[in-house]
Design a protein around this ligand. Structure first.
Ligand SMILES: Nc1ncnc2c1ncn2[C@@H]1O[C@H](COP(=O)(O)OP(=O)(O)O)[C@@H](O)[C@H]1O
Ligand SMILES: [Mg+2]
Length: 362
């Protein structure tokens, strides 16, 4: 018998919700009741190893069968799933990269995958304010069709493409200063396509390699393209014109661009003094706004500890279903439940969403 035990990954959610079900308003209340330190209780609830005796005792207090919930291989290396469980359920700073944390946008996804699932692949632009969720959507497009189902939420749609394994996705972040160099950009694309990078990679030999060898459906995601246009003089009209010609007539319909920007590509090109027809090839434009109420409710319901109905309504109303504001308010509400603090988490929530008030207007 191992001296310490941990809750198996698949039981963590159930264990967390058992806290309230058994009348403990907070982790601290349970710690006081069993007479162990708060950190032992926290470790138990988050699936970290705790001493066998504590494990059995806490399980009993929560009305759980310790043999059932214990990880059967307590010494094993934590696997991929456990890392996901242990990450915060609400992501509030960086873009969402794991599909499990992404909610909504079903209408846009349907349209975007429709453009990408048949030949010729077609180009699209995603437009929206800072922090509305453009980068998260690009990552989602790239990852959702090939993420193993066991890493997704139940009922999360992933069969958008008939043969997802044939697709190549390349994510380009123009905020990355290396992408300001034409040679770096072109080499990066070739590396990601698994093609040989010619020495002194320039536009000419790049075009030769790609038009000759691109036989799989390929989607190049261009994030923050406005930054590329404004700050990168090397990325001139000739460069954009070449990309357009690749997509429209040199790759047999196998190549599409999806770009993200805060204004329409045509206006963007205009403002930044570009005249390339590249910016006219984006036939479909998705403008991102709030989630639907149903999608917002799904995000809120993903909390490992269920929220009270009146808190759910308050979060919906204050966030106006904008994903970042939903995430922040859910994080505050959950923090309050976990730590059993009684002071007003709503005030703190409002303070935390204040810097993003620009999302609420218009
Ligand atoms: N579909 C989504 N589901 C859940 N949260 C989202 C979603 N889209 C955006 N968010 C939230 O908004 C924040 C900002 O998203 P991000 O993709 O970085 O926006 P943008 O690229 O438009 O500036 C993320 O950290 C996350 O909290
Ligand atoms: Mg972004």
């Amino acid at each position: 018998m191992a001296r310490s035990l941990r809750v198996a990954v698949e039981y963590i959610q159930r264990v967390k919700s058992a806290l309230r079900r058994n009348g403990y308003p907070s982790q601290k209340a349970l710690a006081t009741e069993v007479g162990f330190s708060l950190s032992t209780v926290k470790n138990f609830l988050s699936g970290k190893p705790v001493d066998y005796l504590y494990f059995v005792e806490i399980s009993e207090k929560l009305g759980l069968d310790w043999q059932e919930i214990a990880d059967k291989e307590p010494e094993a290396q934590p696997n991929h799933n456990s890392t996901i469980e242990e990450t915060s359920p609400f992501v509030t700073g960086s873009p969402i990269t794991h599909p499990r944390h992404f909610f909504g946008r079903q209408k846009e996804l349907k349209r975007l995958f429709n453009l990408l699932k048949r030949h010729p692949l077609q180009n699209a632009a995603i437009i929206g304010k800072r922090r509305i969720g453009k980068t998260s959507l690009l990552h989602y497009l790239k990852n959702i069709t090939t993420t193993p189902v066991e890493e997704l939420r139940p009922n999360q749609k992933s069969d958008w493409l008939p043969n997802p394994e044939n697709y190549k996705w390349i994510f380009v972040d123009f905020q990355d200063p290396r992408m300001a160099s034409k040679e770096r950009f072109l080499s990066y694309i070739l590396e990601n396509l698994g093609m040989k990078v010619p020495e002194g990679c320039d536009l000419d030999n790049f075009m030769d390699v790609v038009s000759d060898k691109l036989h799989h459906p390929t989607v190049i995601l261009l994030d923050e393209i406005g930054v590329g246009l404004q700050r990168c003089p090397e990325l001139d009209d000739e460069f954009w014109e070449s990309l357009r010609s690749l997509a429209t007539n040199q790759t047999g319909g196998n190549l599409a661009f999806v770009l993200a920007t805060h204004e329409s590509p045509i206006e963007l090109a205009h403002h930044t003094g570009h005249s390339s027809p590249f910016f006219n090839i984006f036939g479909y434009t998705a403008t991102l706004g709030a989630l639907s109420e149903e999608e917002a409710r799904e995000l809120i319901a993903s909390s490992p500890i269920p929220f009270a109905e009146e808190d759910v309504e308050w979060i919906l109303q204050q966030s106006q279903c904008l994903p970042l504001l939903l995430q922040i308010l859910c994080r505050e509400c959950l923090f309050n439940l976990e730590d059993g603090e009684t002071d007003d988490w709503r005030e703190e929530g409002l303070r935390q969403i204040e810097p993003f008030a620009h999302l609420l207007s218009g």
